[in-house]
Design a protein. Structure first.
Length: 163
């Protein structure tokens, strides 16, 4: 057996087409356009498709859920937190910055506009006791579990023969 890789006519044809595509500026332009549009074409929700949604950490303790969301560059007034039927909704909106019309954008990675993110919790939360704080670009939300779901010690009564 030789040291050459196995190649079929289909693979050879595919390689030939790829070489033509990479050399043709029209194909490169279309590929670049599709690569830039890929986040918009994904099957996620609107904010996920735009790639604009907060990164979240969700922790569970015995008596609460703790959600932390990275929201750098926002002010407290830009952020909205709502709870309804054990669904937490976080949303915010940022306006794009004005730029000099004589300038040309070379790289644009920051996102502007509106996003929202919703989380459903597996157990009931006490909506009246939810607390949120925002510090150094991190939103922290504590959602206490409903009282009837918290673990509790059940006292055992001793029964004597005379009772």
């Amino acid at each position: 057996m030789s040291g050459r890789p196995i190649s079929s006519p289909a693979i050879t044809q595919r390689r030939r087409r790829m070489m033509i595509r990479t050399r043709n500026p029209y194909f490169r332009l279309v590929d670049d356009l599709l690569n830039d549009a890929r986040p918009w074409l994904t099957s996620g929700g609107a904010s996920e498709a735009r790639g604009y949604g907060p990164a979240l950490d969700v922790e569970e303790s015995a008596d609460a859920y703790i959600v932390r969301a990275n929201l750098p560059g926002l002010s407290q007034d830009d952020i909205s937190v709502n709870i309804h039927d054990d669904v937490l909704a976080i949303s915010a909106e940022t306006a794009s910055e004005a730029r000099d019309e004589d300038s040309k954008v070379l790289i644009r990675e920051r996102r502007f506009g509106k996003f929202s993110r919703s989380l459903r919790f597996p157990t009931n939360v006490d909506g009246d006791a939810v607390a949120a704080s925002y510090e150094n670009g991190v939103l922290s939300i504590t959602l206490p579990k409903a009282e009837h779901l918290k673990p509790r010690q059940i006292p055992v009564k001793a029964i004597t023969a005379g009772d």
